[in-house]
Write a new protein. Structure first.
Length: 209
């Protein structure tokens, strides 16, 4: 599947956005179908040359909620009608023909597969690096007493638990939590975290920092 996404990328370029002046909610069912299809195509085209985006898209495919929403969208009559139109387009047929030709060449197929594996690895590395940087930035921000107090007040909000549950469904947040576990192996970072933890506990109790 990964290889097919890359090989089919030429056909993704033929779509031109329509109804861009409208928000999705203002569109008719048919306009939404066109918008969703073309947005997805442009995303796939970008992912073919963006390792981090490709890796994130592959992660999203593992998310049950995202997949359920995608299946619901693709099951709509309007979306299926647009798919039929696309399948009969010259651009789609040409791209499909080129894909079959490339897949028929063992050497080229192997080369493309190796390229895809490299992009996936680099993409994962890029996402992990970004997650680590975001986590570090968050920890640095919590060094500021005012920011720490705001975070403590937010945690006192009865809705905070639901917010956390929602956030933990985000693959990006899960990745950041995994990166934090790895960062905790660094004694210096662990000491910093413990200090922030004590300050946070004090802020939660309403004490002066």
């Amino acid at each position: 599947m990964k290889l097919h996404l890359l090989l089919l990328s030429p056909l993704l370029g033929y779509a031109v956005a329509q109804g861009a002046q409208k928000t999705r909610d203002e569109m008719t069912a048919e306009e939404r179908a066109v918008y969703d299809m073309q947005t997805g195509m442009m995303g796939l085209k970008e992912a073919a040359s963006n390792p981090a985006l490709l890796a994130q898209m592959m992660e999203d495919l593992k998310d049950p909620e995202i997949m359920a929403e995608a299946q619901k969208m693709m099951a709509s009559p309007e979306y299926q009608e647009q798919m039929k139109k696309m399948e009969h387009s010259k651009d789609f047929k040409d791209a499909l023909k080129m894909t079959k030709e490339k897949m028929a060449d063992p050497n080229l197929a192997a080369k493309m597969e190796a390229q895809m594996e490299y992009m996936m690895k680099k993409g994962q590395d890029d996402l992990n690096t970004a997650a680590r940087q975001n986590m570090q930035a968050a920890m640095d921000a919590l060094q500021d007493p005012e920011t720490l107090a705001e975070a403590a007040n937010m945690m006192k909000d009865p809705r905070f638990e639901e917010m956390i549950k929602t956030m933990m469904k985000d693959p990006g947040m899960v990745r950041q939590m995994q990166e934090m576990k790895g960062m905790m192996e660094d004694p210096n970072y662990r000491e910093k975290m413990e200090k922030v933890g004590k300050q946070f506990a004090s802020a939660m109790q309403g004490n002066e920092l």
